[in-house]
Design a protein around this ligand. Structure first.
Ligand code: ADP
Ligand code: ZN
Length: 437
């Protein structure tokens, strides 16, 4: 059992008090790091500046750029010898970002993860297969510690190798698995190639999906393919990794753990709070981290707080599924487009498989949005007219949604290149760089 009742049901007023207390402590801790020491001294900020949660609005933001510029130890608030682990991003576009943890941080992260899994209905009687890269990526060890704390039998399967994943599931009677959503379509195909069906040939009842943006349509497809409930898990390495926000069994938004994180939703342009329930950029402050507190970190993720209370009784606010990152948005033919809008259209069409790729390219002086879409294999039986009709249908539906007309190319399953990590949804050849990495 891992149900932190005293914290998860705390009244909003008490949660607010706890946040103020923890925010003050966080500031005291943060100013031990070179970065915050210099910044806060210059601006005359100290823990005394805070008496209400809203006072946080007076503090400066922290950005990914700050983390990169002060790489590797500029944010460390403890002597190095007191830290016990680091996680870092890949750093393909410059210095990687790195986050350090001491024993307290790892412990409280494991609690958050266990609490999150419990809230999605996972119990200590479950056999939990973590289909996720172990190593610097936070999804491996982050989940591992939570699964163990909850008391499930854990299978640290790692990413990829679908045949082995299926064998593990069947050998040990896996009941819950965690994977990125874009991988699960592939896994299902391998089940089919093997003449197996997850509903009949495994004991899976729950999937935990996260780490990359996906639509409600994609969740529904995953639930149907595997005959399970699929719960959305949100996190980012700057805020530990997974265990930041998680869906409960109501599937009505993701509870964001407000005893550990202070949440603001701001207009990304003005950086002022949006109206209640409106979408904006998620800005987060750690409230329970010692080795590397972060204050007003701009996640660039776009979401909103769902107004009202959750039927499960938990008092912690719920965020809506992530609509995208402010830097995912691209402009084509004068229209602002988020990849998830295109996904939403595609996955409503039953003939369409789960892989697609948007390429932005200048063709004869005109910027075009080329959407490659995998459709089911039996569509390539020579009936060109049928393919053509489907292609036109998809073109119109995307245009109706995003207002720019795409060039749609239907391709066979397996055509779109796929690595082991998060799916790349947009390649912008106009700038010769990958947008959604
Ligand atoms: P990277 O920035 O290299 O992808 P992270 O592993 O820290 O490294 O990824 C965190 C980001 O992944 C989040 O900021 C968010 O954009 C995305 N993400 C994580 N979980 C979800 C989710 N459940 N839904 C949508 N996006 C998610
Ligand atoms: Zn709930």
């Amino acid at each position: 059992m891992y149900w932190e009742k005293e914290i998860e049901l705390l009244s909003r007023a008490d949660l607010g008090k706890l946040q103020v207390e923890r925010l003050k402590k966080t500031i005291e801790q943060a100013v031990r790091s070179p970065f915050y020491q210099e910044l806060y001294r210059r601006k005359g900020i100290s823990a005394e500046s805070i008496s209400r949660v809203e006072d946080i609005r007076e503090l400066p933001f922290t950005t990914k750029q700050d983390l990169r510029e002060h790489f590797p130890y500029g944010f460390l608030s403890l002597p190095k010898k007191e830290t016990i682990r680091l996680h870092s991003s890949s750093g393909t576009t410059g210095n990687p970002t790195v986050i350090f943890h001491n024993r307290h941080d790892i412990d409280s992260w494991a609690n958050l993860m266990a609490r999150s899994l419990y809230c999605a209905g996972v119990r200590d009687t479950d056999v939990f297969q973590n289909i996720c890269g172990y190593g610097l990526f936070t999804g491996g060890l982050g989940f591992q510690y939570g699964i163990e704390r909850l008391g499930c039998l854990s299978i640290p399967a790692g990413a990829g190798n679908s045949l082995r994943q299926i064998k593990l599931m069947r050998d040990y009677g896996t009941t819950v698995a965690h994977a990125i959503p874009s991988y699960l379509g592939r896994l299902y195909e391998v089940f089919q190639e093997e003449g197996l069906h997850p509903k009949k040939d495994t004991q899976l009842h729950t999937l935990v999906i996260g780490a990359e943006p996906h639509t409600e349509e994609q969740r529904r497809r995953i639930e149907e393919m595997f005959g399970v409930k699929a719960y959305n898990s949100f996190g980012l390495s700057e805020m530990n990794g997974p265990g930041v926000a998680f869906e409960c069994t109501e599937q009505a938004g993701l509870h964001i753990w407000e005893d550990a994180f202070l949440v603001e939703i701001l207009d990304p342009e003005t950086l002022e709070p949006v109206e209640e329930g409106e979408t904006g950029e998620l800005v987060m402050t750690t409230l329970d981290r010692q080795a590397m507190p972060l204050i007003r970190y701009r996640t660039r993720d776009l979401t909103r707080i769902i107004p009202g209370t959750c039927a499960c009784g938990r008092t912690h606010a719920r965020i809506d599924r992530i609509a995208g990152r402010s830097d995912d948005m691209f402009i084509i033919k004068g229209c602002n487009v988020f990849p998830m809008q295109v996904e939403g259209v595609l996955l409503k069409i039953p003939e369409v498989g789960s892989d697609y790729l948007i390429t932005l390219e200048n063709i004869n002086g005109i910027d075009e949005m080329i959407v490659e879409v995998e459709v089911k294999k039996d569509w390539f039986n020579g009936d060109i007219a049928r393919l053509d009709r489907l292609s036109r249908q998809i073109t119109h539906q995307i245009r109706d949604e995003v207002l720019a007309k795409p060039i749609v190319r239907l391709v066979e399953p397996g055509t779109i290149p796929k690595g082991e990590g998060k799916a790349v949804r947009v390649v912008d050849k106009r700038k010769l760089e990958i947008v959604n990495s």
